[in-house]
Write a protein that binds this ligand. Structure first.
Ligand SMILES: *Cc1c(COP(=O)(O)O)cnc(C)c1O
Length: 414
């Protein structure tokens, strides 16, 4: 484990008290503004690389936001709600009933899962707040949280804010599969929670039914909670998405998280949700109500409609993204990158070793100047810097013309 962990680990509290007596004698200036839990979480890599892309006028394949808006009719639904005064004042804390009902109906329609809209669904400010609220609610300082690495960057920060100890289960190139023997070996009496993400950002790994059963069996055996981030549930190109909450013994221990941002291409609206057994939803709501209380009133009405779009919407969205994936994967390969083809999400992880370079961060910092394209280094999503040293992530949620232009620019690298 890295230094960061040790600072947040068990024993941290006692140490802090031990030093209390010395504190008065210390120089005031010695104390940094940012507290110890957040040390090292200054600026997200997405903000850094997007700013660089903007400054250099580069094509931004770093941050994962689409360059076209989602369905027109859903935007119109938001406008209608706004004009009708629906949601312009504080909506109910758990979310408007229409949206909670639509979330429950969507889970039943796609996965056969049944949730009570009244007690087992919670609307959040994007998946980001759902993740934060779940960890703040369920993790006691010193609890260990096992998460796949490379991890989505907010996981590490939220585990730290909750005072938890991050324990990485490394997904290794080229296959990026979780090794269940390794997972078993990471579980200790202090393990509280498994933080899953499938389809997985940034590697595109989609957990198979066998892997999910194996993980579920370990969770049941060791009585662990599971928080599962499924924001890319509708972007699976190989196989299909299986919520772990549907497996035996999992309903009562799983907090499932999704969001409208990725599925409906409205990442700015920040409408997310949690589905779980009532006691878990109650616990997560306890934290959530003191974070934002509520948000996105009129957008909640629009997303309630989005969740009821016909199956063809979801199929066309996925097939459109599949074409973009193939376009960018082929292009990156022709430009000289080693490409790890994703089974899901809208990201492609590559390896830059063929260019004779190994440091992904340095590569990404220089890329906009070199050829007018911005990407994100995966190395910052690993605790073990060696594991992702030469990995660079590109998103393909952009118009095909933009992807083609980016590929042409990247070809100049060779
Ligand atoms: C984008 C993303 C999120 C954040 O979702 P919001 O709804 O925008 O808050 C969470 N998890 C993963 C894996 C993501 O890629």
């Amino acid at each position: 484990m890295t230094q960061g962990h040790q600072e947040q680990g068990p024993g941290h509290q006692e140490q802090a008290q031990e030093h209390q007596g010395h504190r008065e004698h210390r120089e005031h200036q010695e104390r940094p503004l940012l507290n110890r839990r957040l040390a090292g979480f200054g600026t997200t890599i997405f903000a850094e690389m997007s700013a660089l892309a903007a400054r250099t006028g580069s094509i931004n394949l770093g941050q994962g936001f689409p360059d076209t808006d989602g369905p027109e009719e859903i935007r119109e639904a938001a406008v209608r709600a706004l004009r009708a005064g629906h949601g312009n004042q504080y909506p109910p804390g758990p979310g408007i009933p229409e949206l909670r009902t639509a979330v429950a109906a969507h889970q039943e329609r796609f996965y056969g899962l049944t949730w009570s809209p009244d007690t087992e669904v919670l609307v959040t400010t994007g998946a980001t707040e759902a993740i934060a609220a779940a960890l703040l609610a369920l993790v006691e300082p010193g609890d260990e949280v096992i998460a796949f690495e490379p991890y989505y960057d907010s996981y590490a920060a939220c585990i730290a804010m909750a005072g938890g100890v991050r324990v990485p289960l490394t997904l290794r190139a080229p296959a990026f599969r979780p090794n269940l023997d390794e997972l078993r070996a990471l579980i200790t009496p202090r393990t509280r929670l498994l933080l899953l993400n499938s389809p997985h950002n940034p590697t595109g790994t989609v957990l198979t039914p066998e892997e999910l059963s194996g993980i579920a069996a370990l969770a049941v055996e060791h009585d662990l909670l599971v928080v599962t981030d499924e924001v890319y549930e509708h972007l699976v190109f190989e196989g299909s998405h299986h919520p772990i909450a549907a497996l035996p013994g999992m309903r009562e221990r799983t907090v499932s998280i999704s969001s409208a941002g990725k599925t409906y291409s409205y990442t700015g609206w920040k409408i997310g949700w949690v589905t779980a057994d009532a006691p878990l939803v109650t616990a997560v709501r306890s934290a959530k109500q003191y974070l934002t209380f509520v948000s996105g009133g009129p957008f909640q009405y629009a997303i309630a409609e989005a969740l009821q779009l016909p199956d063809t919407f979801f199929t066309e969205f996925r097939e459109g993204m599949r074409r973009k994936r193939d376009l960018l994967a082929d292009g990156l390969q022709s430009a000289g990158f080693r490409v790890y083809e994703p089974q899901g999400t809208y990201f492609i992880t590559t390896d830059i070793s063929p260019f004779g370079k190994e440091d992904a961060y340095a590569f990404c910092r220089a890329l906009p100047e070199r050829c007018g394209v911005a990407a994100v280094p995966n190395s910052v999503f690993y605790d073990d810097p060696e594991a992702g040293r030469s990995q660079v992530r590109f998103t393909f949620c952009k118009r095909e013309g933009v992807l083609e232009e980016a590929v042409e620019r990247l070809r100049r690298l060779g």
